[in-house]
Every structure is written in C-alpha cells, then in structure tokens.
Design a protein around this ligand. Structure first.
Ligand SMILES: C[S@@+](CC[C@H](N)C(=O)[O-])C[C@H]1O[C@@H](n2cnc3c(N)ncnc32)[C@H](O)[C@@H]1O
Length: 220
C-alpha cells in the first residue's frame, strides 16, 4: 500500500498526533530500543557520581525512569516539546518525585541552553535528528558549554547514509526490524502494516520530503 505521505510530517515537524502515534507504536518502531536505553545508562554509570543529567526530548520518560532507578543520587531535568509526552512522563516518574523536573521546550530554541549550573551529562535519544545540519552544529557547541569538566554528551540517534544504496539497505533493515518486533510482541504484522501505511520509514521516502533530515535508527 502507498504510504499516507500527507501524514508524514518529517521528523522535524512533530505534533501531538505524532506523539500519540509514537506512544502507541514506539515499542515496535524503535529498533533495539531496550538495548539502546541499557547502553546509555551503562555509559552514564561510568561518570563520577552523584550527578545531574539533562535529557533532551525525554518523551514519555522511559530512559529517565531507567536512569533514576539505576543510578543512585542522579537527578534529571527532562525536556520535551510535547504536552502529551510530558504528562505521560509525570505519571511514569511519580515515584521519583524530588529527583526530576520536566520542562516544555523547543529543541531548536536557544533559551534553555543557559544553565545556572553545569551538568555532568546531556543525554539524547532520537532527538537530534529533529534539527537540520546547522542546528545540530549549534546544539553540539551549546551542549559542550553546559557540561562540567569530564562531562559527556551521549546520543543515540539516526544518521544519513552517504549513498542511495546505503539508504536502501537502512530502509530495508528498519522494515525488517519492525516486522520482527510486531510479530514478537503481538504475533501479528498489524504494527508493521501501520508503520508502512504511515510512511514512518523516512529513509524510504527521503527524496519525496522537503526536509533533508535523515531518519534511520542506529541503535545497535
Ligand atoms: C522519536 S521521539 C523520542 C522520544 C524518546 N527520546 C525516545 O527515545 O523514545 C521524539 C521526541 O522529541 C520530541 N520533539 C520533537 N521535536 C521537538 C522539538 N522541536 N522540540 C522539542 N521536542 C521535540 C517529541 O515530542 C518526542 O517526545
């Protein structure tokens, strides 16, 4: 079936409907999601502790929950642009009250990039790809200035292959992972069918989008 491209707003044009779809389907659509989060927490554990962490585009708070549960004394500021996501995150994180803050923000905006105190880590999963190239460069520069000495910026995200064939390989691999995750979780391809119908595999349709933002998950 031809994907509904009018619904595919591109990864830089996220709205609350996209949040709702992601809340329902993220568990199928994100390759190796569990390993990705585990690796990020393990990397954080290597930093001097206790420490403050800034989480960009925290979504429903899955990674923040894992961090707070696993790293004694860590505090997290979670930022996201979606009210729907922030409300979900508040419910998820309630038992950690006092160790986290959730704040609405625009990733591309400069206003959140001046912290009163430096943080030991900035963490980002599936967020940086929402910026174009110059926006990414500015973000990396600004995050560097937010970090205390020895701090880390840990990113799990998508990159654009250098060639069309690389992009096709990535698109095929993403389809296959979603198919497997659909079957594993539901013994059905319904989630995979939705993935295709929605045109979520941005690599497949990058040429037809106005944005140049790449969108494949490199999580393993
Ligand atoms: C693909 S989800 C990733 C969520 C979470 N980090 C994860 O790994 O599951 C993208 C998240 O980025 C947020 N987002 C997208 N564009 C944004 C922007 N320009 N400013 C702030 N948040 C944004 C969305 O609300 C959503 O929670």
């Amino acid at each position: 079936m031809e994907p509904a491209m009018e619904n595919n707003k591109g990864q830089n044009n996220w709205d609350e409907d996209t949040s709702k779809r992601y809340l329902n389907y993220g568990r199928y659509f994100v390759p190796a999601r569990e390993q990705q989060m585990r690796i990020m927490v393990d990397l954080l554990k290597g930093l001097p502790q206790p420490f403050a962490i800034l989480k960009l585009c925290c979504g429903e708070g899955l990674l923040v929950e894992l961090i707070l549960g696993d790293i004694r004394g860590a505090t997290v500021i979670g930022l996201d642009g979606s009210q729907v996501m922030l409300e979900k995150a508040h419910i998820r994180l309630r038992r950690f009250t006092g160790r986290y803050q959730l704040v609405k923000f625009d990733l591309a905006d400069q206003s959140w990039r001046k912290l009163e105190q430096p943080v030991q880590a900035v963490v980002s999963s599936l967020a940086v790809h929402h910026l174009e190239g110059d926006g990414k460069q500015a973000l990396f520069r600004d995050v560097y200035a937010m970090l205390s000495p020895g701090g880390a910026f840990i990113i799990a995200d998508m990159v654009e292959p250098a060639t069309v064939s690389g992009r096709n390989v990535a698109a095929d691999a993403w389809d296959e992972v979603v198919r497997q995750r659909s079957l594993e979780q539901d013994a059905s391809t319904a989630a995979m069918d939705f993935f295709q119908q929605e045109g979520w595999n941005t690599y497949r349709y990058l040429d037809r989008m106005t944005s140049t933002i790449p969108a494949i998950c490199l999580t393993s």
